[in-house]
Design a protein around this ligand. Structure first.
Ligand code: C2E
Ligand code: CA
Ligand code: CA
Length: 756
């Protein structure tokens, strides 16, 4: 405060103390003081008393109003009034208090300080009003000597400024918090710096002009001079954004920033301050601010606290950036990762550009390369591929590492032609000075038709296309089509439903009879799985068994089939029926399981079924894979007493010499060969299989017998047994019991006369 108050305590109107010397205002900023009074004299004397007065380095600016109505009108177009000297009684007894309510409630001016004045000693507004309306002071007019007026006014202005500062720093803080929450990984520090300068401006009450924030490049040990860049700027320095501080023409500013960044301490001068923000990271930050007036002690203090707090924020920011970096970048190849790839596709899709393409490239046989040549070699190969893709495709194509050996690319379709991409793999890669030829399989997706946030969807579709390439022809490419997606999705839904159906015990077995083709005697049954879905529809096993195999469900499903079949067989025997044996289909996946033999043993034990009554049907393809394993498994099963049938015989490629050595009991002629048996060329394969069986001493059974004629032909060939719709369809247990009873009866009825 630059006022000599003297020690007089006389009444304002009598006050003739010496006036303080006029002070040249340091700046245009003033404190707005409103004088609201219906008495013209009060206006004049107040002004006179406060002429040339400065409070907290600022002169006063007066606003005069004379009635409640006028005040409402004038205030409606005003802002930033620091103090109102308010007459209580004007045109009405409550005009002043009504104005207070208007100011606080309607105008929502909560910072403005109000000093009530009344001409009548003894008159005091209710305490409630003073409390509720946050009234700063209450004075009778004759209490207001010049000194008292100044003291009251100074206290009010100071209080106003403090409220403002707190409010401003709260807003600045809010901005810092907002900006730290909204960090994107490149702009994080800039948003932060922008928050910093706004907050400093608010804290010191300076306009956001002439503010500048600079940051050192990541300091390398012992490397100097350092480069410092402007990372946030406001007002007349805005065009310096992203330039180095050497581009700053004003020598004072340049030197101040350098001084602070190098010395690591803040610098205050009469017309500027340069603040230093230390973080643990070696990227110090400094902010330069023009000061239109010298700062108070309080401000210095506040700024120190502020700077040290921000140092902590800066560290956190460093951490956040590091985290983001880890979250979005592949650390081995220093490429964007899967997450970033999806995010960038999302962005691209939002821009709705046409003819864009996304591609996944998978290095063929990478797992083997890693296993055989070591992980270090594998890493080098990945790096070499990444480098080539980057060099050949250039900046216009976004390149990311999606997973282990899968790269993701997207960009203009014209630049991502499959032939061009394949061409990138024709020259070998040089790893540790040796050439290594590598091919890549590709899955491609045209981005046409995808919506804003479909990045993840695009990646999934590209993976579907890639999988197809891998399974069909490595080293080539597949362009994703909607049809592919539909198929995959249908399969996925079917798979889910199958899992649910199994859990809910909605799968069941049917049994199809097998007979001796000559005697007609019932020799066995084949257990066949059935699935009735929620709509009551039967889904054929050929549709869902491959899915169960794919998802691994076949293991528990297969074990369940085996047990159920054994238990059924025991029940049939207990019912006095003797269907011979029961055939159970076993999938390759099941057969390869380590505990397969145990599962069979337990099914037999738990059900009490004699092992000789169980036959496992194994398709020819099983016999092809891993001969040694197959042989030992079969021997173990034989040791249990279980018999073995080779299912669908003739459709695979069994090695005949090999078949000779295996402990197999029966060959099943596939129904495809049976159904063509009455055509001229038709019987050949069935005949061949039958003869082969005979040579090897194996039983032969034909499936798919649909006509009486077939039985004759097959029997004549020497085929021992058969099954098919003509004999009996697959049926549920209860129906089967009836069927067997009837069949056995008619059999014996037919046979009795002959045998007699
Ligand atoms: P598969 O082992 O060759 O089974 C014989 C299939 O031929 C059965 O089809 C049966 O219903 C059908 N069939 C029987 N007689 C005739 C006929 O006269 N004409 C015609 N057109 N078809 C006949 P299904 O039940 O649809 O089973 C198809 C395949 O599913 C089976 O072929 C088998 O490979 C597999 N499968 C069925 N149940 C199981 C099971 O429990 N486990 C495993 N792993 N696979 C199973
Ligand atoms: Ca079968
Ligand atoms: Ca078959």
């Amino acid at each position: 405060m630059s006022v000599d108050c003297g020690d007089d305590d006389a009444l304002l109107f009598d006050d003739d103390a010496e006036q303080p010397a006029p002070l040249a205002p340091q700046n245009a900023r003033t404190w707005k003081i409103a004088i609201v009074d219906d008495d013209d004299d009060v206006h004049r004397t107040t002004c006179f008393a406060l002429e040339y007065v400065q409070i907290l380095n600022r002169p006063l600016e007066f606003i005069h109003t004379y009635s409640k109505e006028e005040t409402r009108r004038v205030f409606a177009g005003e802002s930033d009034i620091a103090v109102i000297l308010l007459d209580v009684v004007m045109e009405t007894e409550h005009a002043g208090l009504e104005l207070v309510s208007y100011i606080r409630d309607e105008l929502q001016w909560h910072d403005t300080r109000i000093i009530l004045r009344t001409g009548q000693p003894g008159y005091a507004p209710e305490e409630d009003a003073i409390r509720d309306y946050d009234i700063n002071d209450y004075k009778t007019k004759n209490e207001l000597t010049r000194k008292k007026l100044l003291t009251a006014l100074t206290a009010a202005v100071r209080s106003y400024e403090q409220i403002r500062t707190i409010d401003a720093s709260r807003r600045g803080l809010h901005q810092i918090i907002l900006s730290s929450a909204a960090f994107t990984f490149d702009h994080g520090i800039q948003a932060f710096a922008a928050g910093v300068i706004t907050q400093i401006a608010a804290l010191c009450g300076v306009p956001p002009e002439g503010l500048l924030c600079a940051q050192g490049e990541l300091a390398e040990q012992g490397k100097s001079p350092q480069i410092f860049n402007v990372i946030a700027s406001a007002g007349r320095y805005s065009e310096l954004m992203n330039r180095t501080i050497d581009d700053i023409h004003d020598e004072r500013i340049r030197d101040a920033l350098k001084h602070v960044l190098i010395r690591g301490e803040s610098l205050f001068t009469e017309h500027s301050m340069t603040l230093y923000f230390a973080g643990r990271s070696n990227r110090p930050l400094a902010a330069y601010i023009d000061l239109p007036f010298a700062l108070s002690e309080i401000n210095h203090h506040l700024l120190e606290v502020f700077c040290s707090n921000l140092g902590v924020c800066l560290d956190n920011l460093g951490l956040i950036n590091q985290l983001k970096n880890h979250a979005y970048r592949d650390q081995l190849l220093k490429l964007p990762n899967r997450l970033k790839f999806i995010e960038q596709i999302d962005l691209l899709l939002q821009q709705k550009q046409s003819d864009q393409m996304a591609v996944l490239i998978d290095i063929d046989d990478f797992a083997e390369i890693n296993d055989v040549l070591g992980h270090h070699y594998g890493d080098l190969l990945l790096q070499a591929v990444a480098d080539r893709l980057h060099q050949e495709l250039g900046q216009q194509i976004f390149l990311a590492r999606i997973s282990g050996d899968v790269f993701g690319l997207f960009g203009d379709a014209a630049l991502l032609q499959p032939e061009r991409l394949r061409g990138l793999f024709t020259t070998p890669f040089f790893i540790e000075e040796t050439a290594h030829a590598v091919s890549g399989s590709m899955g491609m997706v045209a981005l046409e038709g995808y919506e804003g946030n479909d990045g993840a969807e695009v990646l999934k579709d590209a993976s579907i296309a890639l999988k197809r390439t891998k399974s069909q022809q490595r080293g080539t490419y597949t362009l994703f089509t909607r049809q592919m997606g539909i198929q995959i999705r249908e399969r996925a839904t079917l798979m889910q439903h199958l899992h649910k159906a199994f859990d809910a015990e909605r799968l069941f077995l049917m049994y199809q009879p097998q007979i001796d083709l000559v005697s007609g005697k019932l020799t066995g049954l084949e257990a066949l799985i059935r699935w009735r879905n929620d709509d009551g529809q039967l889904i054929p096993p050929n549709d869902f068994i491959p899915l169960a195999e794919y998802s691994g469900l076949i293991i528990s499903l297969g074990a369940w089939v085996l047990r159920t079949a054994c238990f059924t067989m025991v029940r049939l025997q207990q019912a006095g029926l003797t269907p011979g044996r029961i055939g159970v289909n076993v999938s390759v996946i099941q057969f390869r399981q380590d505990d397969f033999i145990d599962i069979v043993r337990r099914a037999l034990q738990d059900s009490g079924l004699d092992a000789h009554k169980l036959e496992l049907e194994i398709t020819e393809s099983v016999t092809m894979s891993s001969a040694a394993l197959f042989e030992s498994r079969l021997n173990q099963l034989k040791a249990l007493g279980v018999s073995i049938a080779i299912d669908d015989f003739g459709t695979g490629f069994s090695s005949l010499s090999y078949l000779d050595k295996l402990p197999v009991d029966r060959l099943k002629i596939d129904r495809a060969f049976v159904q063509q048996i009455d055509t001229p060329e038709g019987p050949r394969i069935a005949e061949l299989i039958t003869q082969l069986g005979q040579k090897l001493g194996l039983q032969v059974i034909a499936e798919g017998i649909e006509q009486a004629e077939h039985i004759k032909i097959l029997a004549n060939m020497g085929c021992h047994e058969g099954q098919g719709f003509h004999i009996g369809r697959p049926m549920p247990e209860e129906q089967l019991i009836d069927w067997i009873r009837t069949y056995v009866n008619t059999q014996s009825a037919q046979n009795t006369p002959e045998s007699c």
